[in-house]
Write a protein of this length. Sequence first.
Length: 141
Amino acid sequence: MFVNKRLQTVEEILHSHQKSLQSETKSSAGDKHETGRAMIQLEMEKASQQLTGISEMNEILSKIDSSNSGKSNRKMAHLGSVVYTAKANYFLSISAGQIVTENKVFYAISTSSPIGKLLLGKLENEEFLFDGKPIKIQKIV
């Protein structure tokens, strides 16, 4: 849902910019016209980069196996794991920020984020240092 919402927003932005670009008419002040078109082009390039990022998020999400197969790997943090620590709870997936479900707070983080890199491959009851502070992994699902 998070990714779909972002996709819809970016597509709306692109559509809006395309309409603006088409309606941009040449005025007597040619420089002003060219500047306006250049600004719209820059915004369209940014939106296109965001579309690429969304596509990458979808690719990562498609790699997550939420089935119960491979139970031997369930106690080791990997893409798709939910990791409970004494400090916070993390969902190793994409950087989507805070998620609240069943009155519990989770942080959806990328495995390439600083904390994601530290969690990846760790086991239940293992400790690691983050910002110079020890954090204990309580549970991995």
